[in-house]
Each structure stands twice: as C-alpha cells, then as structure tokens.
Write a protein that binds this ligand. Structure first.
Ligand code: NOJ
Length: 600
C-alpha cells in the first residue's frame, strides 16, 4: 500500500515536472501557434508534424512595402497599416529583412545596434505595436539575424579600432601590418573587391567579406557569442517567433587565413566560411537560446546537401531549415558577377535541382523552396515571362510550383501581384551596393560594361526591391514623398487595388492556392515523384499521401507543350489551374499550370 502511494506520488510529480518543462519551452505568452500540429486532418498519421513545416512564409522588404510618413522609405507603421492585407493572403509567417539600427550601407545588413530599431523604420514602440498586431491576427513574425558581421559604426567596432589592446579588439578579425600583406580574401561588395581593409590608426587590416562597412565578427571570441545569444533572447522574450540567419555558414572560419591555392576556383567556398567550428557554434546557440523557445529558424547557407543535413536534421539540435542557392544560381556564367549565360537555363536542370533536394530531405530534415527574395530579381522575369501577354499566367504558374513542393515556401512580397523587373538602363538608377560596386570593379578592370548592365536588367537585386504597388495613384500609393528607389511604371495596371477587383488576378490566384495548400496536407507532406524527366517544357510531378494522389503539370514555355506521363487521366479531377478552361489531357497551353486529382 505504501509503495502504491509512493508510486502514484512519483508519477504525479513526473507529470508536473514535464508540464513545467513544456511551459518553460514555450515560455512566452506572446507567441501564438499558427497551426496546432495536433489538429487532426485528412492526412492521417503524419510523423514529425511542425507548424513551421506547414507555414507559408511571406517575406517583406520593409524599405519598400509601405511608407507611413512621407519620407520615401517604407516603415513599421506602414506595415501595421497593411496587416489586414497580409492576413487576407492566408500566409502564416512574415519574415522581415533587418529592421535594426543601421547606417544602411547594405540596407540594414550592416547593424550598428542589434537591440534598437532603424530610425527610418520607426521606434521600438512601433515594433511592439506591429508584433501585437500580428499576433492578434495569428500571424507569426520572423526577424533577420546578421551574425557574421556588424556595421563599422557599431560601438564594438568603434572601440576595437581605437587600439590593439582595446577590450573589443578581439570582437573582429585583424591582420597586423608587420605580418606583411594579408592572404587574399575577396569581398562581395567592396569596390576594389578586397576583403581586407587597412586601418591606419592601429596599423592593421580588418576582415570584411561584404562591404568595408561590414567588418566580420570574430565568433572564436566567446564574448561575441554571448552578445549574440543575449540579443536573441531580448527579441524572443518580446515574442518574436523566429529568425532567418544571414550567411550563417560564414560565422566559423579558419582564422589562420591560409593562402588560397591558385587552382581553387570557387572563390567563396571553404576558405571563407564553413570553418571547423560551424556546427559547434550553431549547436551552442541552440542549447543556449533556441531550444528554450518554440521558434522557427532558417539559415541562409550556401552549402551542399550533405552539410545542409548537418544544420537541420532534428537530432543535430541546430536549425529547422536552410535555404540553398543551387536553383536560383542557374543560368549565369560560372564565377561571374551574375552575367547571364547566353545559352539560358534548361528546365531539365531546374527540375534536377529541386528533385534532388526533395529526395535528400524525404526521410530526414526539412526542405525550403523560393524563387524570389531581396537578393533575387523578380521571379516572373527570371523564371517566367514578363511580356504583356504572359506575365500574369506565367507568374501564376510559378506560384503553383512554389505552393506544391514538399518544402516550406518562402514567398516574396509583390510576387503575388506578378510584379516584374524594372530593368534600369543606367547605373545611376541603381541604389544597391552590389550593382554599384560591381560596375566600378568591371570599369576599373576595363571589362564589358554593356554586358554587365544588360545582365543586371535580369539579375540585379534592385529589381526585387522596387516599391510595392498598392494602387494607380502617384508612386503606386507607396509614399506621398519621393520613393527611395524608382517605382515600376507598370504600377498603373499592376497593383493591389486593380487585382482585388479581378477574380482571376495573380493576387486572387495566390490566395486560392495558399488556402488550397493548407487544406491539402498531401501538398505539404506527400511523397514527391518527378515524371517525364527529360521534357524541356513541362515540369510534371505527383504528390501522394494516405491514398490521395495529385498530379501537378507546369508548362514553363510560351508554346503549347505535352506532358508525356503515361497516366490514365480520363477520370482525373481538376482541382486548380491558371486558365479558365484547364487542361485535363496533359496538353498544356503556354505557361499553363494545373493540379489534378488522380482516381484510385
Ligand atoms: C545575405 C543577404 O541576404 C544580403 O542581402 C546581404 O547583402 C548579405 N548577406 C550581407 O549581409
């Protein structure tokens, strides 16, 4: 009897302890679940369900979304004004590019205070109101962690550059002059392309993989890591629901900076990032901070599939997802400044990339998919066709691709309208440090500037950063002032107000397909099988789960095309398509997308 009482008490305390532990993990009342992973669905028993796998992420470039105070720059109050619009899309998570204090050498990817809001964007009170407004609407908020580098205007760097024995000196990487010229490291954005900047005051060079106003932080120094964890806790305690982590594979480097062998062509590869402690640091971050909150983490990491698993497999205790560059890198000349390959890109290569990444994550880890973001041009120009005839239909086709992959989709603001590249003619129109400094580098080297400017019309990042098109009034309703970057003149017809009125607009198609994905777990978790692999026009695949089988057919070309899929379509049911009369027989109209349910 005594032992039974003891046993019951022990079990009760265990339950209590477990409850406390769980409470501790989701210890923030401000965090609101989007989808309860326990919610039963038609999907039956799906192992390892997670809200962040089921989410559709909508990425907002705050500088270009909505300006509330007429200074020509989008801001947090502007986003607050438009929360109902964002909610109406059906998305679950909003990822904001950096909103922290910054001199804006690289539009916020150069942070001068990680716990303050950029003046152009507003105040901490605005941020709190934004977060509350999102949570009221059951939207989650993901911020951007820029941990590899800070701004040179950050207090740490201001101190570090004062003297060699300053307590903040080791927050950064230095190469003292008496050691000779530092081993070559190129910089992405510097006008000279040199990753070391001489600092006369202390007669030494500091490392910067990006612009010389973005010095690389030294993660070998435990104090730097502590600062980062403290900062992450600051935002999570406010209720932020996750972080996208900028160039996370760069935080660990070989700090002996060995010379790069001449035959090593991949400039930014292993001699730059992916250092020996990369996983040790991310695991530490997970242990110290991430594991204590129910948050979503996504690393930006130019790594191969094998290493991607080391970042995201659940047993690694690191991140939830990473995004790769294999897909968006197609169609450029190798090792070039995004110079367009005159041979274009092949659909078979595109299918190959997305199919290999799918296969790799079929059993373990979780995949992501995107075609546009702030580092990419507009998806419809790059992967579809932005001519008057095909812009709408091809943008809907690409949206169909993104929403039918076994991966968390990251959807870039404006793509729901079918916004396309602005295609500047002259370098003076560009505001992006990447375009401006690459132009200078090519000019100084006597290179082909025309080829560069022509390629930038397709590839430049500013194409994806032009102001959001709300309506057909001045500046597309983005600002009452002068916009920081030109508005695409097609705002007269391509804008939210016009598309709201049109049932068949890209905007309403996006809403429909987001809802459709959420109602059909087969599109989230179902097995993916590529069909008709060699077809250079049609991307065809099936998704299968619990006896349900969907067939997705996407024509990537402006001519009719036939999918050679060897399936009986006679009893197939059309579920969604981007034409009023969708194809049911595998013969696809230009840029047609159709989702069919196959009969059992
Ligand atoms: C990757 C970011 O996405 C990009 O916009 C930025 O310029 C670099 N990292 C440097 O932070």
């Amino acid at each position: 009897m005594v032992s039974l009482k003891f046993y019951v008490r022990a079990v009760l305390s265990l339950i209590l302890l477990t409850m406390l532990a769980c409470q501790n993990q989701v210890n923030n009342p401000n965090q609101t679940p989007v989808n309860n992973p326990q919610t039963p669905t038609a999907a039956g028993d799906i192992p390892n369900r997670k809200w962040w796998k089921e989410a559709v992420v909508y990425q907002i470039y705050p500088r270009s979304f909505k300006d509330s105070n007429g200074d020509g720059v989008g801001d947090l109050r502007g986003i607050i004004e438009k929360l109902d619009y964002i909610k109406s899309l059906g998305v679950d998570v909003v990822w904001l590019n950096p909103i922290f204090a910054s001199p804006n050498d690289d539009n916020g990817y150069d942070i001068s205070d990680y716990e303050a809001i950029m003046k152009d964007f507003g105040t901490m009170a605005d941020f709190d109101a934004l977060l509350a407004g999102m949570h009221e609407r059951k939207l989650k908020l993901v911020l951007d962690l820029v941990a590899n580098h800070s701004s040179d205007e950050h207090r740490w760097f201001q101190e570090a550059r004062k003297s060699r024995d300053n307590p903040y000196r080791d927050y950064y990487h230095w190469w003292n002059e008496e050691k000779g010229t530092p081993p070559k490291r190129v910089s992405f954005f510097d006008d000279k392309g040199d990753g070391w900047q001489y600092e006369p005051n202390t007669k030494s060079y500091y490392l910067h993989y990006f612009s010389d106003k973005q010095p690389d932080l030294n993660w070998e120094n435990p104090k730097v890591r502590e600062e980062m964890y403290k900062m992450l806790k600051f935002w999570f305690d406010k209720g932020v629901d996750g972080f996208r982590m900028d160039v996370i594979h760069f935080i660990s480097k070989d700090t002996t900076f060995p010379p790069i062998p001449a035959e090593f062509k991949d400039d930014y590869g292993k001699f730059y990032g992916s250092g020996p402690k990369k996983h040790e640091y991310v695991q530490e971050m997970n242990r110290e901070v991430l594991s204590k909150y129910d948050v979503m983490t996504i690393g930006e990491a130019g790594v191969g599939m094998e290493d991607a698993h080391n970042y995201v497999d659940a047993d690694r205790q690191e991140l939830n997802m990473i995004y790769h560059f294999e897909g968006v890198g197609l169609g450029y000349l190798p090792n070039s400044k995004k110079i367009i390959d005159p041979n274009g890109w092949k659909l078979t290569d595109f299918k190959d990339v997305y199919s290999r990444w799918d296969a790799s994550f079929a059993e373990k880890g979780w995949n992501t998919v995107y075609l546009g973001n702030h580092d990419q041009p507009r998806m419809v120009t790059r992967w579809g066709n932005d001519s008057a005839e095909f812009r709408e239909v091809s943008s809907k086709m690409l949206t169909t691709f993104l929403m039918t992959q076994r991966a968390t989709p990251y959807y870039y603001f404006g793509d729901e309208l079918g916004m396309n590249n602005i295609k500047f003619d002259q370098i003076e129109d560009y505001k992006d440090i990447e375009s401006i400094n690459w132009y200078k580098q090519i000019k100084d080297a006597g290179g082909d500037l025309k080829q560069f400017l022509d390629s930038q019309k397709i590839a430049a990042r500013d194409n994806g950063r032009t102001p959001f098109q709300w309506e057909n009034s001045a500046n597309a309703g983005f600002t009452s002032g002068t916009p920081w970057l030109k508005v695409n003149p097609n705002y007269q017809t391509v804008n939210v107000a016009a598309e709201e009125k049109d049932e068949n607009s890209p905007l309403n198609y996006f809403r429909r397909i987001v809802k459709f994905r959420k109602e059909n777990p087969v599109l989230i978790y179902g097995k993916y099988t590529l069909l008709d692999k060699a077809n250079e026009s049609v991307y065809a695949y099936t998704r299968e789960l619990s006896g349900k089988k969907l067939l997705i057919l996407l024509n990537f070309k402006e001519k009719e095309a036939v999918a050679d899929i060897n399936l009986d379509l006679s009893r197939a049911k059309v579920l969604l398509g981007n034409y009023a009369a969708p194809s049911t027989d595998g013969k696809l109209k230009p840029y047609e997308a159709v989702i069919l349910e196959l009969a059992n």
